[in-house]
Design a protein around this ligand. Sequence first.
Ligand code: GLA
Length: 379
Amino acid sequence: MKRILGAGFAGIALTAMATACWAAKTPDVQEAPFGQTASGKAVQVYTLTNEHGIQARIMTYGGTLVSLKTPDRNGKLADIVLGFDSVKPYVEGVPYYGALIGRYANRIANGRFTLDGKTYQLPKNDGPNSLHGGDKGFDKRLWTAKPFETKEGPGLRLTYVSADGEEGYPGKLTTHVTYQLRNDNSLSIEYEATTTKPTPINLTNHSYFNLSGNPQNTILNDVLLINADKFTPINATMIPTGELQPVAGTPFDFRKPTVIGARINDNNEQLHYAHGYDDNWVLVKPHPDAMTTAAVLTDPGSGRVLEVKTTEPGIQFYTGNFQDGKPAGKGTVYNYRTGLTLETQHFPDSPNQPSFPSTILRPGQTFKSHTVFIFRTTK
Ligand code: GLA
């Protein structure tokens, strides 16, 4: 493994031997090979370590967060995201574990939308709909990576240029995603994009969290707060009806911290459609782009707490309803509901829903979005 950046040594490459001499708590970035894509291109993994020893590993395939080690209430580090030890299972196909999602996170009805009078057809890769950017979305693309370090902590700036017409979407879209593992114990993800033609855009990270650090445990005993008083109900193919429904009196009310498993099996049409939770919540915001708390997840066993802040208007909370134990990762299997996602986003199917906040990016504009995952513990 090559140490490529470190406090006071930005840009200086050091040998593996020198690396071993550094204390674990020196913030730095290391680079190592992680396998190859199907076409034989080399994939690199970057390990970011902040000054408290929190560690995030991100690979260039899919800009994927491969592992994230944070302390429990006793200071013991464990990996709180599900993932795999090499790029191989990702290339063979896993459902978006830790990946960056684009061009359009979540579903577009019938894989079709009309923009400025022209209709575009996208791949239908989720029943009748298009999901997470189509057959080969951003999660299956090779990103270029540039490590950096500021006083806030070590980081990685990823870039992917999506060709005009890729997966049916118009315009050449240049996307930069900047991960920074900050010394205030947070992982910041900043998204930026520009286009040559008007196009829909909705970017997120699809990490499956298991705060217990032991993926043998389900996520059902975790306690969740979602800062939303409405959600976007869906039809049987998981496309929003267009309505914003109050959460009050439903199993979707997480305005107070609530055990995830408490109502997941309620007799509720929305829960049946999604086979559990797999919905978009409408976040409470003082103004549309405000950076606000979207969710707070607590694992009572380990004491780990994850707070999610975002400038996005919505969050998809998904309870691993399609997890089936395959493939095995990091020496264990990922069974039903052993990971949950908190995907900050614009609402699903926005290109076909005139009442939802717009997801259209036009030439000359810069798309910007920012999400921060904050790590702390509770007694
Ligand atoms: C998203 C979707 C889910 C599912 C997962 C991947 O979270 O909303 O329905 O497709 O991705 O399995």
